[in-house]
Design a protein around this ligand. Structure first.
Ligand code: NAD
Length: 411
């Protein structure tokens, strides 16, 4: 199944719950704008190389469109379209005044020098600068991009439109960024996992957790859960996984990744396992925090965790979701689970526009408040309608976008 088909299926299941008309389904599903631009750079060896940059602006009924920039070899228009739609429902679930967008390039950032990555970013901005901006569409980091990429984006955008730090979020703290933005997605995953486990009466010390992916989101989730006393028994990155039944030493893992350019390859204080083995471990909580589409109809029966927290975007295909729900697994869906990042991005955007900045404590308090309120709304809706947390999150998000669309008037 393609990525957008999968998002569409989740959408339609929730739309059935609220009797959404066919015309409104069509209006909410069809992206507002899709562009692809040529991104050509001179590589360090003097060769000219050409790539494609994608940006999909899905819906702006509730405000300027918001969504990350992904640099990963698997990027294509279908994946970006699916991720852009997810952003529309996500910003609505946490009730931020935004719509949804996403962008990216099909490149492996590890194969480029820093100079080449800067050039790629600047040429991408050259291609899309007149379609984005603080009141239109605001990019942020995603897989393969970081604060440095956002700084280059802001600087290149300023060459066309003047000083405008709110054109992008996730910038370095020293350059109009926000303390706590970098940790916010992982911290949010941690906060929401804690809320969920609290609801079902589980104690941190008795809870074994496995996390797939140890980049921005996976590592900050590990840090938060480790500090909260959970037993993190397995982690992985693209090169493979590590398992220790008594619990991994999280500070040692974080230090190792920091010293090895983000990679866990060679970490010696645990047994080596594959990514497929990690997904099938006997743990209480499984947190996919890397790629989409990792739990499929083929491997869903092997997944043993009772709770799955979707830190990654779209890690579970709908047919796999059916298998997991049937055996009673509780799934915290991506459009809520990883919404901490866009929430902190919203704080950054607001403060850029006010030329004012909160300190880290204030950012963490506000993040906790927004995510807790959203979790409670989704939990209550799921209980009232007797539906899954995923269906409830979609019902809440789609309902808010529909209401804004109707209020603004379509004709
Ligand atoms: P990242 O690039 O910082 O890290 C990605 C991690 O995944 C790395 O550890 C990498 O080695 C690992 N990985 C890549 N391919 C893998 C594979 N085949 N198997 C196992 N691990 C693999 O990316 P990130 O920003 O942490 O994003 C991770 C996920 O979270 C993505 O799905 C992204 O869309 C989602 N997300 C990120 C943010 C954010 O603020 N960064 C916000 C919301 C959602």
């Amino acid at each position: 199944m393609k990525a957008f088909d999968s998002t569409q299926l989740y959408f339609n299941r929730a739309a059935d719950q609220i009797d959404l008309t066919e015309s409104m389904r069509c209006l909410l599903l069809v992206p507002k704008r899709e562009v692809q631009v040529q991104v050509a750079i001179e590589r360090d060896d003097g060769e000219v190389a050409t790539y494609i940059g994608y940006r999909v602006q899905h819906d702006d009924a509730r405000g300027p469109m918001k969504g990350g920039l992904r640099f990963h070899p698997d990027v294509d228009m279908d994946e970006i379209r699916s991720l852009a739609a997810l952003m529309t429902w996500k910003t609505a679930v946490v009730d931020l005044p935004y719509g949804g967008a996403k962008g990216g390039m099909a490149i492996d950032p590890k194969q480029f020098s820093r100079r080449e990555l800067e050039l790629l970013t600047r040429r991408f901005v050259d291609g899309i600068h007149d379609l984005v901006g603080p009141d239109v569409d605001i990019p942020a980091p995603d897989m393969g991009t970081n604060a440095d990429v956002m700084a280059w984006f802001m600087n290149q955008y300023a060459k066309y439109h003047g000083f405008s730090p709110a054109c992008v979020t996730g910038k370095p703290v020293e350059l109009f960024g926000l303390p706590g933005r970098e940790e916010a997605t992982g911290r949010g995953v941690g906060i929401l996992t804690y809320k969920l486990l609290g609801r079902i009466g589980r104690k941190p010390g008795d809870t074994r957790v496995a996390i797939q992916g140890f980049g921005n989101v996976g590592s900050h989730t590990a840090k938060f859960l480790g500090e909260a006393g959970y037993r993190l028994v397995a982690v992985s990155d693209a090169s493979g996984g590590f398992y220790r039944a008594d619990g991994l030493n999280v500070p040692a893992l974080l230090r190792y990744a920091l010293d090895h350019n983000g990679s866990l390859t060679g970490f010696a204080e645990a047994d080596a396992i594959s990514n497929a083995e990690l997904l099938a471990l006997d743990v209480d909580v499984l947190i996919p925090a890397a790629l989409g589409g990792v739990i499929t109809a083929q491997n869903a029966k092997a997944v043993r965790a009772g709770i799955i927290v979707e830190a990654a975007n779209a890690p579970i295909y709908p047919d796999a979701d059916d298998v997991l729900q049937e055996r009673g697994a509780i799934i915290l869906p991506d459009i809520l689970a990883n919404a901490g990042g866009v929430t902190a991005s919203y704080f950054e955007w607001v403060q850029n526009r006010q030329h004012y900045r909160w300190d880290l404590n204030r950012v963490r308090q506000e993040l906790d408040r927004v995510l807790t309120n959203s979790f409670e709304s989704v939990w209550e809706l799921a209980a009232t309608r007797n539906i899954s947390l995923r269906a409830a999150a979609y019902v809440l998000g789609i309902g808010r976008v529909r209401r804004a669309t109707e209020l603004a008037g379509v004709c």
